[in-house]
Design a binder for this molecule. Sequence first.
Ligand SMILES: Cc1cc2nc3c(=O)[nH]c(=O)nc-3n(C[C@H](O)[C@H](O)[C@H](O)COP(=O)(O)OP(=O)(O)OC[C@H]3O[C@@H](n4cnc5c(N)ncnc54)[C@H](O)[C@@H]3O)c2cc1C
Length: 324
Amino acid sequence: MLKDVFMALSKNQLLTSAAKKYGLKLGAQTVVAGTNVEDTIKSIRELNALGISATVDNLGEFVFERSEALKAKESILEVIEAIQANGVDAHISLKPTQLGLDIDYDFCYENLYEIVAAASKYDMHINLDMEDYGHLQPSFDLIDTLSKEFSNVGTVIQAYFYRAQDDIEKYKDMRLRIVKGAYKESVEHAYQTKQEIDANYIKLIEYHLLNGKFTSIATHDHNVINHVKKFVEDNQISNDKFEFQMLYGFRKDMQVDLAKEGYNFCTYVPFGDDWYGYFMRRLAERPQNLNLVVKQVFNKRTNTAIGVFAGAFALSQLVSKKKK
Ligand SMILES: Cc1cc2nc3c(=O)[nH]c(=O)nc-3n(C[C@H](O)[C@H](O)[C@H](O)COP(=O)(O)OP(=O)(O)OC[C@H]3O[C@@H](n4cnc5c(N)ncnc54)[C@H](O)[C@@H]3O)c2cc1C
């Protein structure tokens, strides 16, 4: 039930605006690298010093204004230039809805095209993050067109979707990130139980490791990571064929340990002021992440405005659910 509450919170426009206004609060600063490019480059340098590369996400999603999508595009172009100018080991992750997929498909494509073309000059990879089911096929359509011209694009396969096996076969020649899936999806399209999702996740990872180009295994699940370690050893898959990925701020010790063990490791580094939806999804995935919030809310009085606001909303959701 807590998961549903946080998923509902993640889409709340009022709280999203409040969060932008009040900056990095509610514990988000532990999982978001900063609000500007300089802070982010500094965080990437720190990761690079530990032998970890970065995939940088200029936070933002579900954009409905052209001006906002154009601003996001400019911001991503700025990050590409900053990565290149500073010589850090990093590439880009972005969300199609941030670049206007909900406004107009062609408008989104033009924005994306500009970004992919700019990055290709530096041989920099661009990953299209996958969002909810409603945006899945249009996102693959964008990939299909872009990949005809560029080789520096890749995307994500979400293991909870029934169609994931077909997609991974179709895109096997592409660098793919494989995840369990972060959005709330209906039984019509997606597995619902942890057992089913985990089983499909392992199946997809194994398939792409054996048949695909480069595999990014993006998970905080130590059972999956241990399984992969054994699988690559048994099948003599070399370390340059895959990497592990985790989100910034999560399981930091394990991130460093995996890099020290000699595995390629890449941290997903989100930055910017549009952190609210991202952060709420992290709470939905793992309510224990609430301890990040609790520490921050009680440490700094200024955080309480959003904290109380969010708490009141969460409670109202719980009450209305109980009534149903
Ligand atoms: C780099 C990256 C990129 C992603 N990109 C996308 C995307 O484009 N689209 C999308 O839909 N989703 C994306 N996700 C989110 C993903 O789909 C999952 O929702 C998310 O990673 C949670 O699943 P999990 O595999 O980490 O493990 P879970 O199933 O959440 O956890 C499994 C077990 O791992 C352990 N564990 C998990 N987290 C922690 C922790 N913080 N501390 C200690 N133990 C822990 C616990 O024992 C837990 O029971 C991404 C995730 C990552 C890491």
